[in-house]
Design a protein around this ligand. Structure first.
Ligand SMILES: *[C@@H]1O[C@H](CO)[C@@H](O)[C@H](O)[C@H]1NC(C)=O
Ligand SMILES: *[C@@H]1O[C@H](CO)[C@@H](O)[C@H](O)[C@H]1NC(C)=O
Ligand SMILES: *[C@@H]1O[C@H](CO)[C@@H](O)[C@H](O)[C@H]1NC(C)=O
Ligand SMILES: *[C@@H]1O[C@H](CO)[C@@H](O)[C@H](O)[C@H]1NC(C)=O
Ligand SMILES: *[C@@H]1O[C@H](CO)[C@@H](O)[C@H](O)[C@H]1NC(C)=O
Ligand SMILES: *[C@@H]1O[C@H](CO)[C@@H](O)[C@H](O)[C@H]1NC(C)=O
Ligand SMILES: *[C@@H]1O[C@H](CO)[C@@H](O)[C@H](O)[C@H]1NC(C)=O
Ligand SMILES: *[C@@H]1O[C@H](CO)[C@@H](O)[C@H](O)[C@H]1NC(C)=O
Length: 686
């Protein structure tokens, strides 16, 4: 029975006493953790101090110069133990407070001065000055013990370093004065190594949030001051300042607690209090940092006007654009190294190659890929990335831009030529002033190099050479007569005959000389298009190329290859003249390339030599057509009855021919071959 009675009476007692208990607790402790908005009545704000309705921030000062702001808890706090009998030692009760503050500097100027946690007999400070005086003191009342003011200052200016007093950024404990009794450079001690002090900068443009604890043990008379960045989350175990201090003489019975901040003549910061808890006779409530209001835009100053921000943003955008353009240009420059810009007409050209592909194919026109340097430019071996086909890439330099379109048209048409004895022109490409022509790659190189600079073990036997003669003739025949239009090679010579893997002849560079004709390039050297030694006399005179001038060059080539001698040698050696002479002297076979030994068919040799002389005859009318040449070489026709072979030394006017070279003379006289003594004088006239 008694048990419910006790229970009911204690419950009654509890509910009855609760309001007064709460009142008691309220009077000696409070917490502002999630902003000060709506708490205006709890605080006394003075001067510049405001509470931002939106964020709930308590702002003590803005960044104006020489301003102050104070915010004090509205109700006074009983600082001495109430129940202390007069006989008992009159002592200040323990108290504890924690708060989070930020000093936000303008971006363009130095910040200052500082704020102070203040315990004072009054919440108002008439006549107080800014700057050093923290909005608490003025020059006349400073250092007067009748002030009864206790400060813990967080000062950025004119402060003290631990040895001397001239550095800012310190924490100080002051009694009735702006001069600190205790002072330490702002910082905290790490828990892992309490001897190691980490320094802190109190003010910053970012507005670093700093948590401060001020604890006073009334029994021990020990004052502890601790600060740490809220990013540390946890209060360090070791206090920054820990000193025995007797506040008895400083404090009055009832005191107001709060903050005061000031800016100076040249230095100013916005001073913010984000949260605050206070407790008498116990530990103040730990603030939950995540609940604190947010600083405005992390700059919190009015120094950056919207226009300035817009200007900065604009400048950034401009810079970014410039960078993008610059980057693009750089990229573009790199791209155009390998890519070309196409003109409209180029799009219709099926034989056009991409420069990029050719660049890749030739490994960037690397010297190691060079397979020859001709009159038109350097020739590189390449492997087309798309097909893996081997190609010869001829890079023709120094062409005038105007010629390119003609060139392309020409090459386009030449690209349609297809014959087993032609080197297929696969396509072309232009790149700035460089023109590039792509041919089939012919592995064995030129006839010229096989005869005069043989590499490896390829020897051109007579059989092979004879076959090559036929091939060249057929190729020329195709150009002259079998294609839809007459194509004059213009530069028939041994170095323009390539030998494929089956040892067949492939004519290259056909038709191209004409392009150089257009551009007048070769005129600097020979006056006409062609190669010295292969130029027909009438071509040298008139500069007009014809199928007959091709035949002339072909004739020279026949002699060259059969004799293994260059058309023009040192001294005044002219191959055609020499062969003619030997022919005249009845010693035609003396001219045969000694490398053959006796490994050649005499009839074929004689046929070739005589045909060579016939073709390289100085009078174009006397030269056979390529169709005819093919027939002679195939044995379809015998060499013609011809009224004269001789030198093309025109001054002679009269040519003697060896009967040995002739089976039939123009007058029908048969001569005995092998006699070698009788000569007929034949006037071939001019
Ligand atoms: C700064 O605060 C002072 C009062 O302390 C006020 O007079 C002044 O207008 C404020 N300045 C700005 C820019 O808000
Ligand atoms: C802020 O709050 C005060 C009092 O509650 C009010 O008078 C004032 O108009 C408010 N200001 C804004 C901008 O809301
Ligand atoms: C109280 O203590 C004071 C000393 O602080 C002493 O002088 C006084 O006699 C004491 N009074 C009583 C009633 O004990
Ligand atoms: C400040 O006051 C204390 C006593 O209250 C005195 O000892 C000290 O000299 C004073 N300092 C100045 C600068 O007036
Ligand atoms: C200290 O302040 C009190 C009250 O304001 C005043 O009466 C006294 O003269 C001051 N003392 C000095 C040294 O200024
Ligand atoms: C403190 O001041 C003294 C004298 O001006 C100076 O030598 C010393 O470097 C300062 N200490 C710090 C930590 O700034
Ligand atoms: C504060 O300290 C400085 C230097 O120690 C001294 O010159 C000055 O007079 C002091 N001011 C007050 C009000 O005590
Ligand atoms: C004050 O600091 C000292 C040393 O760091 C410590 O021993 C003591 O417990 C602290 N007191 C309070 C009330 O935090």
């Amino acid at each position: 029975m008694a048990l419910p009675g006790i229970s009911i009476s204690s419950a009654f007692l509890f509910f009855f006493l609760l309001p007064s208990l709460i009142q008691l607790l309220e009077a000696s402790s409070f917490t502002f953790n999630n902003g000060f908005n709506g708490k205006e009545s709890d605080l006394t704000l003075q001067n510049g101090a405001t509470i931002d309705n939106q964020s709930g921030l308590l702002k003590l000062t803005n960044t104006s110069y020489q301003v102050t702001g104070q915010a004090f808890y509205s109700k006074p706090i009983q600082m001495f133990a109430k129940d202390s009998t007069p006989n008992k030692t009159h002592q200040v009760s323990s108290f504890s407070t924690s708060f989070v503050f930020a000093m936000v500097n303008p971006r363009s100027r130095p910040g200052g001065y500082g704020l102070a946690f203040t315990i004072s007999p009054s919440a108002e400070f008439p006549g107080a000055e800014a700057g050093h005086f923290f909005g608490i003191f003025n020059p006349s009342n400073v250092n007067n013990s009748s002030n009864h003011i206790f400060l813990v200052e967080f000062d950025t200016v004119d402060g003290f370093n631990e040895t001397e007093d001239n550095t800012g950024n310190h924490v100080g404990v002051n009694f009735n004065s702006v001069n600190s009794t205790l002072k330490k450079i702002a910082g905290y001690y790490g828990d892992s190594n309490p001897e190691e002090k980490r320094y802190m900068i109190l003010d910053s443009t970012d507005g670093e949030l700093i948590c401060a604890w001020i604890e006073y043990d009334g029994v021990e008379k020990l004052l502890n001051v601790t600060i740490f960045p809220t990013s540390l989350q946890k209060k360090p175990n070791k206090a920054l300042i820990s000193r025995h201090v007797d506040l008895t003489s400083v404090f009055n019975e009832k005191m107001f607690v709060g903050f005061s901040a000031s800016t100076g003549k040249m230095k100013s910061s916005s001073h913010y209090i984000l949260g605050w808890s206070f407790a008498m006779d116990g530990k103040a409530r730990e603030l939950k940092f995540n609940l604190l209001p947010k600083l405005p835009n992390q700059d919190g100053t009015s120094s950056l006007k919207p226009q300035i921000i817009a200007l900065i943003a604009g400048l950034c955008a401009l810079l970014l654009t410039l960078f993008v353009i610059l980057g693009y240009l750089t990229l573009y420059k790199r791209m155009t190294k390998t890519f070309e810009i196409l003109e409209d007409w180029e799009l219709d050209c099926p034989h056009r190659f991409k420069f990029k592909d050719l660049h890749t194919a030739t490994k960037g026109f690397k010297d190691s890929e060079l397979i020859g340097v001709g009159g038109f430019g350097a020739v590189y071996k390449g492997v087309l990335p798309s097909t893996g086909c081997e190609v010869a890439v001829k890079k023709i330099t120094k062409n005038s831009l105007q010629g390119i379109r003609d060139f392309a048209a020409e090459v386009e048409s030449l690209g349609q030529l297809r014959h087993k004895n032609l080197v297929n022109l696969q396509g072309w490409c232009k790149k700035k002033n460089n023109l590039i022509i792509v041919y089939d790659y012919i592995p064995n190189g030129s006839l010229d190099s096989l005869i005069f600079n043989p590499r490896g073990n390829i020897f051109l036997t007579w059989e092979r050479r004879f076959n090559i003669f036929k091939g060249i003739a057929e190729g020329l025949l195709y150009l002259h007569e079998e294609y839809q239009q007459v194509v004059i090679h213009r530069d028939v010579k041994s170095s323009n005959v390539l030998i494929d893997s089956d040892m067949n002849a492939r004519l290259s560079d056909f038709g191209l000389a004409r392009l150089h004709d257009h551009h007048g390039e070769i005129s600097h050297t020979t006056g006409v298009v062609g190669t010295i030694g292969y130029i027909a006399p009438e071509l040298a005179r008139t500069g007009k190329a014809s199928t007959a001038t091709d035949v002339f060059a072909y004739g020279v080539l026949l002699l060259e290859v059969a004799c293994g001698k260059r058309p023009i040698g040192s001294g005044n050696f002219i191959l055609v003249d020499w062969v003619t002479e030997c022919c005249q002297m009845g010693r035609l076979l003396d001219v045969v390339d000694p490398k053959f030994g006796s490994e050649f068919a005499v009839e074929e040799m004689e046929l070739v030599l005589k045909l060579g002389l016939l073709c390289s005859y100085h009078k174009p009318e006397a030269r056979p057509s390529m169709r005819q040449v093919v027939r002679y070489l195939n044995g379809d026709d015998l060499l013609p009855v011809f009224d004269g072979w001789g030198t093309n030394v025109e001054s002679q006017g009269e040519y003697r021919l060896s009967t040995r070279c002739m089976e039939v003379t123009s007058n029908g006289t048969s001569t005995s071959i092998g006699a070698g003594v009788s000569f007929n004088s034949i006037n071939i006239g001019r």
